[in-house]
Design a protein around this ligand. Structure first.
Ligand code: ATP
Length: 314
């Protein structure tokens, strides 16, 4: 059946592109304005393809969502939520995937996104076993910078993990996958829906089903741990056992783990979400300024973080 679905979706994509080409004179942006290249990846409800905007020659990643499939699986609202979050975040930060345009035809929704041509951070970690301390620090700093921007816009990601950190042609981070993202409305600071991935879920989600900006900072701690060690910080034999470990903060550092990184992670793996580094307001001891000032980041040049060349990924 999945094979059948893939076939159907690929047929529908083809129909979409042919029909859009046929209607190329309607003046509005459509698939006819792009030449499509290889498939970059498949999601549960989407296919992402490399595409070149003919007018400028610029390359993008176009996420194509099959409308029938979205309706059948009751995921239309998820797709629209992703779009709304991306629109809210805009082009204001280099570490967050930018949505340039959207359009649709009878069969599909199209999201034209920044192209991240070097794939997912997860596959780099898997391939290399773990990252060097220099690379881990560089990527951790880029994540902090992007998170501060995102949280400043009252957006929480809720599913941060190395699969959702893409690398662009310069090997800089682009945070993606805002399908589970949430805009906190009217000054709310928490949201109640269960989303996320077992190993990166914060204890408050398991205990009171609440997420906040701080839950992203917990996941950030999990990501630093994983970049440096190549393993999950919290991993049991089942999802249930993983969650038990998270709730009781049952984790250990492998031998030789950098001392400053340990200290930073300990300040992120804090049970009380309000006490995590980065989770406090500008005047608190847990502000983003305090997070940036942590000794682990002492050698980071924050002003040139997005213009300096990335360290060799090793
Ligand atoms: P799911 O919907 O199941 O959570 P997903 O979020 O990974 O999966 P997509 O957002 O459709 O689904 O992405 C599918 C794959 O395409 C990703 O795994 C990623 O490797 C690749 N991809 C997504 N966006 C881009 C992009 N902007 N540039 C390059 N590759 C991308």
């Amino acid at each position: 059946q999945p094979q059948q679905q893939t076939k159907e979706r690929s047929k529908s994509r083809k129909r979409s592109r042919e029909a859009s080409r046929a209607r190329s004179a309607n003046g509005r942006l459509g698939a006819q304005e792009f030449t499509f290249g290889d498939t970059l990846g498949e999601g549960s409800y989407s296919t992402v393809m490399r595409a070149r905007y003919i007018r400028t020659g610029q390359e993008y990643a176009i996420k194509i969502l099959d409308k029938n499939h979205l309706i059948r699986k009751d995921k239309m609202l998820v797709a629209l939520a992703e779009k709304n979050v991306l629109v809210k975040l805009g082009a204001g930060h280099p570490g967050i995937i930018h949505l340039h345009w959207t359009f649709q035809d009878e069969w599909s929704l199209f999201f034209v996104l920044d192209l991240a041509s070097n794939g997912e951070m997860q596959s780099r970690i898997s391939r290399l076993g773990s990252l060097s301390l220099t690379s881990s620090r560089y990527y951790a700093a880029q994540i902090v910078d992007a998170l501060e921007y995102m949280h400043g816009k009252d957006v929480i990601h809720r599913d941060l993990k190395p699969e959702n950190l893409l690398l662009d042609d310069q090997f800089r981070i682009k945070i993606t996958d805002f399908g589970t993202g949430k805009i906190l409305e009217n000054g709310a600071d928490r949201a109640k829906t269960f989303v996320g991935t077992a190993q990166y879920v914060a204890p408050e989600l398991l205990e009171s089903n609440e997420t906040s900006k701080s839950s992203d900072l917990w996941a950030f701690g999990c990501i630093i741990y994983q970049m440096i060690s190549g393993r999950f910080a919290f991993q049991g034999l089942s999802e249930y056992l993983t969650w038990q470990k998270i709730k009781s903060l049952d984790y250990t550092f492998p031998d030789g783990f950098d001392e400053d990184a340990k200290d930073l992670i300990r300040r992120l793996f804090v049970h009380d979400p309000t006490q995590r580094l980065g989770a406090g307001g500008p005047d608190s001891a847990h502000s983003y300024a305090a997070l940036r000032a942590h000794p682990f980041f002492a050698s980071v040049s924050w002003e040139t973080l997005w213009t300096d060349p990335a360290p060799l990924l090793e």
